[in-house]
Design a protein around this ligand. Structure first.
Ligand code: SF4
Ligand code: SF4
Length: 380
């Protein structure tokens, strides 16, 4: 059965569904990719997001789309495709790699191309004046893509600069109910007419498909993931990425496929309840993410670490917070490089905190709560 779903403008490109199929998790076989894309179609999704760095994803998508046209009569032009390119390499390298992407996707052109992981200032420089600039001009001039955007795990100020550099017309950001630190940037991008994609609100947003009892209870009568999706859609975020691995993962994408409206009273009251419960559990130690404590002379990313504390202590998503904390220092420029153990207890941050938090002790407590297999205890 064909499902009607309304679409939203996505920058200068083709309109997209409120949910976008992320394809990093469905690369094990053609059958798997085919079945995931088919399920996506039947819940109203028309936007597929991929990257050459997701294994064989591009060729599996290309072949699945061809097969769906034959077997299900789903026209190839139904699909809006976004792929990516890493911000490195010279013009010839980029050109050849992009041609490979087109060949794998079975397309003469694709809708959208994102600079994948614009995480450092040198990446933005590469776009504005380096080989990246040459490549972007070429690709647009040859009309091989409709528009160019970026995805970023970088700092607030870097993303702000990228939004305002006038090269990009869409962006993919970490926008989550449990981490609202980039929401203001998304709103700024939307105001400029850019398309905004929220990267993985279910998984990177706190593993909300596996919520704590605390969240389940406070969210009633909704599922915490459903509320998190609604929060983002009501903010006007264009589309939310969903890395589905089976039919069940599409449940909320189906239910919320036309969910354009503002938050209802019942939704607002459930969100308020979540905040009440979390504030009570944090007992005046909530980090408000204002960033006034920065910079730390030892480059400790205080707000990021205390956000993981908010998420584990306040919302009960301990496993997610552990996973993120233990990834610090192991993911290069894709995540933070220093954990709480770099704090020298100089106390310089303390007077700058409007919430009067005992930052060094909270960092210590967070480390002891989240670190896995510590070789030795760092404190106490
Ligand atoms: S107390 Fe720790 S976190 Fe605060 S400024 Fe000093 S080193 Fe940085
Ligand atoms: S100043 Fe205080 S509330 Fe603000 S981010 Fe730093 S620790 Fe959190």
């Amino acid at each position: 059965m064909i499902i009607n779903s309304q679409k939203r403008s996505f920058g200068r490109g083709a309109k997209v569904s409120l949910f976008t199929l992320g394809t990093m998790r469905s690369t094990e076989s053609l059958e798997k990719m085919y079945s995931i894309i088919k399920n996506a179609y039947y819940v109203g999704i028309n936007h597929i997001e991929t990257a050459p760095s997701y294994g064989d994803a591009e060729s599996l998508i290309g072949n699945s789309i061809k097969k769906l046209a034959i077997e299900e009569n789903i026209k190839e032009k139904n699909w809006v495709i976004t792929s990516k390119v890493l911000p490195k390499g010279d013009f010839d390298f980029l050109k050849n790699n992009f041609k490979k992407s087109l060949k794998n996707l079975n397309r003469e052109k694709i809708n959208n191309l994102a600079i994948h992981g614009l995480n450092l200032k040198q990446h933005l420089d590469w776009v504005l004046s380096g080989e990246g600039k040459k490549f972007i001009s070429w690709i647009l001039e040859k009309e091989l893509v409709d528009q160019v955007g970026f995805s970023s795990h970088g700092s607030y100020s870097l993303i702000k600069d990228a939004i305002n550099c006038e090269v990009f017309t869409f962006c993919s950001l970490h926008l989550h109910y449990l981490d609202q630190s980039k929401i203001a940037l998304a709103e700024e991008a939307i105001k400029k007419g850019m398309g905004v994609l929220a990267i993985s609100p279910a998984d990177k947003g706190g593993r909300l498909y596996s919520p704590s009892d605390i969240l389940i209870e406070a969210s009633k009568p909704f599922h915490p993931l459903e509320l998190a999706y609604r929060f983002l859609l009501a903010k006007g975020i264009t589309t939310l990425s969903l890395g589905a691995t089976n039919k069940k993962d599409f449940e909320f994408a189906h239910k919320l496929r036309n969910s354009f409206e503002k938050l209802t009273k019942l939704e607002k009251s459930a969100l308020n309840k979540i905040e009440e419960v979390s504030n009570e559990r944090l007992n005046s130690t909530k980090c408000e993410q204002c960033r006034s404590c920065l910079p730390c002379p030892n480059e400790v990313p205080i707000p990021e670490i205390l956000r993981l504390r908010n998420i584990s202590v306040g919302y009960g998503q301990l496993e997610f917070a552990k996973e993120r904390y233990n990834l610090i220092g192991k993911a290069g420029h894709w995540w933070e490089e220093k954990n709480s153990s770099f704090c020298q207890e100089c106390n310089k941050c303390v007077p700058k905190c409007p919430s009067k938090l005992d930052i060094p002790n909270l960092l210590k407590e967070t480390h002891n709560l989240l670190i896995e297999n510590p070789s030795k205890r760092l404190w106490g």
